[in-house]
Design a protein around this ligand. Structure first.
Ligand code: SF4
Ligand code: SF4
Ligand code: SF4
Length: 187
């Protein structure tokens, strides 16, 4: 998508509005061409890199809502890569939806996020930064709840470098591909 409709609707001033979702799979061929353009694998990789450099966070998976609003089928043939900021529709609703729905969005296995002793309790990470409201200030120090999905956004905003994101699993890419493959058939 040449336009991020969430940032456009929110009149976002912090992140680029011309970087939107990326869709993969056969069902993506039926997307209205006015919503974006078809690109090669190499261009897609470059696009993802641009999004990351802009500070956007990737949410990857099958999103049934996308098949509805895009009017494409079947859902199992559509993989969505969102390049999100706090304007994102999912980020906005996730703290408020039932845990049954919210639990469908999971942290990648092997990613850990922890607060270390550099934390001075400034509250930056608890101030509407987290899309699942997983940061709390307890006794003057940030604490993460189990709701954390490991997106890394609070890591980027902490002025003290007190939040550390780590990949503990050297097979993380392989496991993520296997997990997504069990849900979305784009190959
Ligand atoms: S889901 Fe993410 S990338 Fe897609 S339009 Fe919304 S914020 Fe933009
Ligand atoms: S932003 Fe960093 S220093 Fe401030 S409360 Fe959060 S972890 Fe602590
Ligand atoms: S990494 Fe930080 S911002 Fe992302 S989900 Fe976890 S607590 Fe929230």
């Amino acid at each position: 998508m040449d336009t991020c409709i969430c940032r456009q609707a929110s009149e976002c001033k912090d992140y680029p509005r011309d970087l939107g979702c990326l869709f993969l799979g056969e069902a993506a061929l039926d997307i209205n061409p006015e919503l974006g353009r078809r690109i090669s694998k190499e261009e897609a990789l470059e696009y993802v890199q641009r999004c990351r450099e802009a500070g956007l966070v990737h949410l990857i998976g099958r999103n049934k809502l996308d098949t509805v609003w895009l009017g494409v089928q079947p859902g199992i043939k559509l993989l969505t890569i969102c390049n999100c900021c706090p304007c994102c529709c999912l980020w906005r609703v996730l703290p408020y939806v039932s845990s049954q729905i919210g639990s469908k969005i999971t942290r990648m296995t092997g990613v850990t996020v922890a607060v270390n002793d550099l934390c001075v309790g400034c509250g930056t990470c608890t101030d509407e930064v987290c899309f699942v409201d997983a940061n709390r200030l307890v006794d003057g120090r940030a604490v993460k709840t189990e709701a954390c999905r490991g997106c890394g956004r609070c890591v980027d905003v902490c002025p003290e470098g007190a939040i550390v994101i780590k990949i503990e699993d050297d097979k993380i890419v392989e496991r993520a591909i296997n997990h997504i493959t069990s849900l979305v058939d784009i190959f």
